[in-house]
Design a protein around this ligand. Structure first.
Ligand code: HEM
Ligand code: HEM
Length: 185
């Protein structure tokens, strides 16, 4: 199986806990929920968004690159999942728990893509693979394998457009938020 361990999930949980402690410290120290446009909310939003961009871009690039020696696919997918969990979590802490208008829609799309990713990881790991992600003969029967492949293809046709919609709306949010909330202050 390509993803033999849950290592990336444990890393994401650990780093998530660390970020939670820092966030809690800021809340206790300032005695308020960090506003999305103030320094802490801003920094965590930007860092989280950079991680999300890396999630969107790096794995796809590696998957399509001819430089097949550039790290194992399994490691890239684990990194994809790690940044795909930690980035959205940081962005969630950026929102200051208000979800108005477009920014609220961007948050919803972010939640949807993470949930979709979790489903995708589940289907993906059903199919026996090498560490480089190539399908191999395994424990699945012919029919079960065909079903898992079809499900994976269907999942791709849903997951990828959601990601695109997410980044389109995120860029509009960022442009608008920076323009109105930061530059015009
Ligand atoms: C996918 C990534 C992001 C999501 C889901 C997101 C979501 C949100 C949400 C829900 C709010 C609160 C809106 C409200 O008050 O109802 C907000 C505010 C804000 N966001 Fe983001 N954000 C993201 C990325 C960013 C980035 C990267 C930046 C900066 C470069 C940014 C800048 C801001 C600013 C300045 C505000 C405050 C706007 C105001 O005070 O009116 N956001 N964001
Ligand atoms: C910011 C969040 C995320 C974004 C933007 C994102 C985006 C993408 C994109 C664009 C692909 C297609 C790659 C390709 O075929 O070229 C993909 C594949 C995948 N993602 Fe994510 N993803 C995110 C989070 C997650 C999470 C949290 C998980 C798992 C818990 C996950 C699991 C997967 C899996 C299993 C694949 C399929 C790999 C393959 O078929 O080769 N993703 N993701």
């Amino acid at each position: 199986m390509m993803l033999r361990s849950n290592r990336e999930l444990w890393w994401a949980a650990g780093i998530g806990l660390l970020i939670t402690v820092i966030y809690g410290g800021v809340v206790l120290y300032t005695r308020e929920i960090p506003a999305a446009g103030e320094w802490f909310g801003h920094v965590i939003g930007i860092l989280g968004f950079i991680l999300m961009l890396m999630t969107e871009i790096l794995y796809s690039l590696r998957k399509r690159s001819r430089l097949a020696s550039w790290g194992r696919m399994s490691s890239w997918l684990q990194f994809h999942i790690f940044t795909g969990l930690v980035g959205p979590y940081m962005v969630l802490l950026h929102t200051s728990w208000k979800f108005n208008g477009l920014a609220g829609a961007v948050t919803l799309l972010t939640v949807i893509i993470v949930l979709s990713g979790i489903v995708g990881r589940y289907i993906y790991t059903r199919i026996p693979r090498t560490l480089d992600g190539l399908e191999i003969e395994g424990t699945l029967s012919e029919a079960a394998l065909r079903q898992a492949r079809q499900l994976m293809a269907l999942w791709h046709t849903i997951h990828i457009p959601i990601g695109m919609a997410l980044f389109m709306s995120a860029f509009i949010h960022i442009g608008g938020a920076l323009y109105y909330a930061t530059l015009l202050k």
